[in-house]
Design a protein around this ligand. Structure first.
Ligand SMILES: Cc1ncc(COP(=O)(O)O)c(C=O)c1O
Length: 464
């Protein structure tokens, strides 16, 4: 549904092309095709400037969990803005919205958390995680225990430390990351990573053996933490084998290595449990959350930590004169008030139950796509899933990356009124929690039309 550059005749499109610098965008293609100018949203739908309607099948960037136009959240922002539009947490200042949200989050955590540190994005929160681990190990006299292990295809954001944690080459190349002390291990990608005939269980064991070998090679006394998404999102909607995290944890415990649980996509109900950690048997040391925390109506993220991690920082910061980390908008009262109301709405409207109720229908929508000639694998849990497109279902041979087949499918879905996201040739859906079963049928009708168009196109282009 892109506009060609020559056909640009409206001022918003032209102004975008001349003044905006888009994040995470193929800038060359953007200048050819122009933006999709979204002007309004309501429920699970958004409209563009020409009045075309789309189902927001990705909840924006995996985040608008309550959909669009939620009056309750608008009201909570307005009321908080009138009472206290800004307040900060530096130098011991505080405000009620920050305290209330910290209490609520600590009470919900899937481990013995005791405190909440606020930031504004998943990336900032993950940079905070790295710094907390370093600060803690310095404070308790383990200055060499600093390396962080993350996984290939993991996504943890784009600030300097987080971009390094991210295990996707396109977020490293040209940016001089990862910084030293960040290392990567295998991604638990059974569909592509398993050897012929290898069971999921054996595959998980093999990966965890590799992890242990890596830790030993690096020297366990230098390895501080392992960071993982319960389910890899941006890297391709990759679910771990059932026993993977249990096995990973045994190794981490053996070498006294923390498990940082990145719940930026999975937190607050996406997988059918409140936390992805519950769905996949993780026992985190610390946790990062964002996105659905405020249904993305305002930016806010959080790092939840246990008391043992916080404790030594009291003395260390006392000696240093300050705990020298934080952001002007850490715990911004308007974001905090909206987040608190979001968490209340999940409970009042029984949305965690709703996700559990409709997700079998959603997942069966994906399974039906497996009959399509282009679909080699379907994966998902709760209200998130994806199809992986292949040239040959039997051999799993992929298309050439430069043929951009996944991108074409996302474009055709958009032409049929569905926003999906191409993660290479893996095309994901992650709709707002408020979808009904009939919405889900409409989503897959549109997705299937996109697949049929794509099949016709790959034949025409002779990519098959
Ligand atoms: C798992 C995960 N961690 C971190 C981030 C980074 O969050 P942000 O874009 O808010 O910095 C994302 C964003 O998609 C994510 O999916």
């Amino acid at each position: 549904m892109g506009h060609s550059r020559d056909a640009v005749d409206d001022s918003l499109t032209a102004r975008d092309l001349s003044r905006l610098f888009h994040p995470a965008t193929n800038l060359a293609i953007h200048h050819e095709k122009g933006p999709l100018m979204v002007v309004r949203g309501e429920g699970i739908r958004v409209w563009d400037q020409d009045g075309n309607e789309y189902i927001e099948g990705m909840s924006g960037l995996w985040c608008t969990s309550l959909g669009y136009g939620e009056e309750e959240l608008a009201r909570s922002a307005y009321e908080q803005m009138r009472i206290l539009p800004f307040g900060h947490l530096f130098g011991g200042k505080s405000h009620p919205a920050g305290v209330e949200l910290a209490e609520k989050l600590v009470s919900m955590a899937p481990f013995e958390a005791s405190r909440a540190f606020f930031a504004n994005s998943g990336s900032e929160a993950n940079d905070t995680q790295v710094k907390l681990v370093w600060y803690y190990n310095n404070a308790i006299g383990r200055p060499n225990k600093k390396k962080i292990i993350s996984r290939h295809k993991g996504y943890h954001g784009t600030t300097t430390a987080a971009a390094g944690l991210t295990g996707l080459p396109s977020f490293h190349n040209g940016f001089d990351v990862p910084m030293s002390r960040i290392i990567h291990t295998d991604c638990p990608y059974y569909y592509r990573g398993a050897e012929r005939g290898e069971s999921e269980e054996d595959y998980a064991s093999r990966l965890v053996n590799n992890l242990e070998e890596l830790i030993i090679a690096e020297d366990p006394d230098t390895v501080a933490a392992f960071i993982a998404e319960p389910m890899i999102g941006v890297g391709g909607v990759i679910l771990p084998p059932a026993t993977y995290f249990k096995k990973v944890q045994e190794v981490l415990t053996k070498y006294d290595i923390f498990l940082i649980d990145d719940e930026v996509i999975t937190g607050f109900g996406r997988t059918g449990e409140i936390w992805g950690a519950q769905s996949f048997g993780m026992k985190p040391t610390t946790l990062t959350a964002a996105k659905a925390l405020s249904s993305a109506y305002l930016p806010i993220s959080v790092v939840l930590v246990p008391e043992f991690l916080y404790e030594p920082m009291i003395e260390a910061s006392g000696k240093a004169g300050i705990f020298g980390h934080g952001f002007t908008y850490s715990g911004h009262p308007v974001s905090a008030a909206v987040a608190l109301r979001t968490l209340e709405l999940y409970e009042e409207r029984k949305l965690y139950d709703h996700v559990r109720r409709v997700s079998p229908h959603f997942q069966s929508g994906f399974r039906k796509m497996l009959d399509h000639p282009l679909v080699g694998d379907v994966r998902g849990i709760g209200l998130v899933g994806a199809c992986e497109l292949v040239k040959d279902k039997q051999s799993k041979e992929p298309f050439r990356p430069e043929d951009s087949v996944g991108f074409y499918l996302a474009e055709r879905c958009q032409a049929h009124g569905l926003i999906a996201r191409a993660l290479g040739d893996i095309v994901a859906l992650c709709p707002p929690y408020i979808v009904t079963e009939s919405d889900i049928d409409e989503i897959f009708d549109r997705y299937a039309k996109g697949l049929d168009d794509t099949l016709e196109w790959v034949h025409k282009e002779r990519y098959l």
